[in-house]
Design a protein around this ligand. Sequence first.
Ligand code: J2J
Length: 542
Amino acid sequence: MREGCVPWPEKLAGVYRERGYWTDELLGGLPEDAVAAGEARTALVTRDGSLTYAGLDAAADRMAAGLRARGLTAGDAVVVQLPNTAELVVVCLALFRTGVLPVFALPAHRAVEIEHLVRTSEAVAYICPDVTPGCDHREVARQVQARTEGLAHVLVSGDPGPYTALSEVDAAPEPAADRAPLDPEDVALFLLSGGTSGPPKLIPRTHADYTYQLRASARLCGVGAESRYLAALPVGHNFALGCPGVLGTLRQGGTVVLAPAPTPDVCFPLVEKAGVTVSSLVPPLVPLWLDAVEWSDSDLSSLRLLQVGGARLDPATAARVSPALGCTLQQVYGMAEGLLNFTRVDDPPEIVHHTQGRPLSPGDEIRVTREDGSPAADGEEGELLTRGPYTLRGYYRAPERNRTHFTDDGFFATGDLVTRDPAGNFAVVGRINDVINRGGEKVPAQEVEEHLLHDPRVQSAALIPLPDPHWGELTCACVQPRDAADPPELRSLQNMLREKGLAAYKLPDRLEILPQLPLTAVGKIDKKKLKSLLTPAEPPEE
Ligand code: J2J
C-alpha cells in the first residue's frame, strides 16, 4: 500500500478475499453490456442533456489519455472540486483508470481548505470550476499555488483564465495493454474526515474496499440497471459518491441524474424528467422537500427510496416522508472512514423512524464501549468502535492521530456516542469529538477557534454547538474580548474568516461575548459549562 497509509494485516486481508468482499475489480470500470448497448443505455442525465454509457466510457478514456499526455502518472494525487456535472463523473473515471488519486474537496471549500489538501496529499493538480456563486476558483488556485510547491497543473472547467481548460485534457486513448496494471488493494481515492477536530484528515480508500462498499450497498438498497439515482448532494462526499450513490449506480448499469443544487425547485423537475427512483439527502433538506410537495406540480411517483443521513433526523420528520413522497425512507448513518449503517427497506416504521440502522456487512465488527473501555449493554450509551473490510486502518500520514483513534487491534474509534438495540440497530445520541454537526456539514471547532484568535480583539475563543430545530446544531463563537469596551462583532469575525479563505459553513452563526470563559480544573476552556450557560434547560417532561 502507498507510503503513509496503514495496510490491513495480511491475515485479515486474507479473510476478506476468501469471503469475497475483496476482489480484483478496479474502480473506473463500467458494465460491458451497458457500454456495448450504444444509444440504448443512458449513464448520465443533467438539466441540459444526457450521456450514454458508450459516450461516458469513451470520454473517460480520452481524458485518461489526456492526463497521461500531460505527465500525470499512477500514484499522483489531484485535488478535485467540481460541482455535480457530467464532467465530474468523467474526471472520476479517468483518474481511477490512470491510477491518479482524486482527493475530493467539498464545493464549499476555499483557499484554506484547498491549500491544506494540496499540502497533505502533495497534489500535482487542482481540478476546479471557473466560478461558483461568490467564488472565483482560479483565484483560489493562484493563492494556493503561491503558498505551496508542486501544484503543477490547474485544470479548469469553463473559462480557464491563465490556466488550462479541462476540455483540453483530451487525447486519443492508447491500447490498454501498454499500461502498467493497477493493484486493486492499493489506494484509489482520498475522502475527507468530517469527524476530526482540526483540518480534515485524508482517508485512503482502496479499489477493493470501495468497490465492495458499492456492490454491497447497491444490493442492500436494491439498486440495479433499472434504477435512476438522483445526486442532489455533492458527489465528492461519500454519501452521494458511494452508498451506492453515483459510482454504485453506474457499476450496476443504472442511470445517474445530476442536480446542480439539492433544493426541490431544482430536483423535483429532474425527478419527473428522468423518472428518478432513489436519492439521498441530509436532514435539513427533508422538510423543504416535504413542504414543496404542497406547491410543486412535478410528478414524483417514480421515487421509490429516499436515503437520509449525515446528521440526526428527528422522528417526527421521518414519519412524514413516506406519506408525503410516496416512497420508502432509509436512514443512513455513515462516515467517510468506512462503516455504513442502513435501515432496511422492509424494516417496520418504528425502526426506520427511530434508529439509524445497522451495519452493511457481516464483516463489520462492532464494539460499543463505556468510558472505561468495558462493553456497554444493549440500550446503554457508549462509543462506537469498528473495523471491517471497508473501514480504514489509519488516516493518511497521521501517525499521532492514528495512535489515539485506533485500538491496538485496529478498531477505529468513531467518536460517536450511540445506543444499540438487541437487533443491532444504532441510535446516534451524541459525540465525543469536538466537531459540530451543522445539518450534516461537520465544523471542526478547534480549526475555527485558531482562526478566531487572529482577531486582535479576541483574547480567547471557543466554538460550541447550539441546538436548532432546522440545522440540528448551529455554531456559536464564545469570545472573551481583550478589551471589554471594544468587543468584536459577529459580522466582522465572519468577514475576517471569509477573507482568510475559510469555507462559509465554518463561519460562526452566533456570537456570545463573555467577560471570562469558564475553565476546567486543568485550565482548558470548559465547553460543557459554556453549553449549559447558553442553552436553556429543557422543560421537564409532563
Ligand atoms: C446522526 N449522525 C450521523 C446519522 C452520519 C452516508 C451518510 C452520512 C455520511 C457522513 C457518509 C448520521 N445520524 N444518520 O459518509 O457515506 C455523523 C456521525 C458520523 C459523521 C460522519 C455516508 N450519519 N452522522 O455524514 O464522514 O457523527 O459522513 O461519525 O461526513 O456524521 O461524517 P461524514
